[in-house]
Design a protein around this ligand. Structure first.
Ligand code: F6R
Length: 244
């Protein structure tokens, strides 16, 4: 596991974008695993800038996103589908048919999840999976529990996650209680993993991920068993912790 310590959110975003850009240049038809949320937004902004400068070509790139809220339609501004279009897809030359996100508007949880897992298997392997880190240690929507969920499944959001995500919704009751999400097994099959972490409020959980026991109580800790993980974290998130 390589841990890069950078100054702040902006530096994290620039390094994160450079990391992904290198993959895109080296493998123009790569399958990228993408994430949503506040953490990767700056990275997407940088990728768009590189594209606009003529330095990146997304025409052969394929993507699969980690997750989507269940019970939310694609056109809803709170859907992850909407987020990806706003932040990346509509701003670069990626082909819409090459982008994949679980359909949150489809209530058939079993069908959606099985189909999504099969799709990743068919398109894969994922070249690099981008991850953020939840305040409770979740990656994608794999919340703390007694075991590591293997495949894509319908997850129930934890109180802490609902609390953290309510900033995007008019009121807390509007935050969906369920999400379709890649499993830990799905994520661990990626060839490489890039995790971005920013902010003091993530310091305690990041320390557990890096130094605590590997346990489903801290889902992100499983990354220590993956052979190719890069973490780019800012000073606030790393506190006094280890870094290269
Ligand atoms: C998003 C996702 C989540 C977020 C995590 C951190 O697709 O899978 O695990 O990465 O909740 O969210 P932010 O970046 O908003 O702090």
């Amino acid at each position: 596991m390589k841990v890069y310590r950078v100054k702040d959110y902006d530096a994290m975003s620039r390094k994160g974008a450079a990391f992904l850009a290198a993959k895109i240049i080296l493998k123009p038809n790569a399958l990228l695993g993408l994430a949503t949320g506040s953490t990767p937004a700056g990275t997407y902004k940088r990728l768009v800038e590189m594209y606009q400068a003529g330095d990146l070509d997304f025409s052969g790139i394929r993507t699969v996103n980690l997750d989507e809220y269940r019970g939310i339609q694609q056109e809803d501004p709170n859907s992850y589908y909407y987020f990806m279009n706003e932040n990346l897809f509509s701003k670069v030359n990626i082909l819409p048919e090459n982008t994949h996100i679980p359909d949150g508007g489809d209530p058939d949880a079993q069908g959606v999840c099985r189909e999504y897992e099969d799709k990743i298997e068919r398109l894969g392997p994922i070249e690099v999976q981008l991850l953020g880190l939840g305040h409770d240690g979740h990656i994608a929507f794999n919340e703390p529990g007694d075991e590591f969920p293997d495949q894509t499944h319908c997850a129930r959001l934890d109180r802490q996650t609902i609390e953290a995500n309510k900033r995007f919704f008019p009121k807390e009751q509007d935050v969906p209680r369920q999400a379709y999400t890649m499993g830990i097994g799905t994520i661990m099959k990626a060839r490489s993993i890039l995790m971005l972490v920013s902010g003091r409020e993530k310091a305690e959980i990041l320390k557990k991920v890096l130094e605590g026991p590997v346990t489903p109580k801290v889902p992100g800790s499983i990354l220590r068993f993956h052979p190719d993980v890069t973490i780019i974290a800012d000073e606030a998130a790393l506190g006094g912790g280890q870094a290269q």
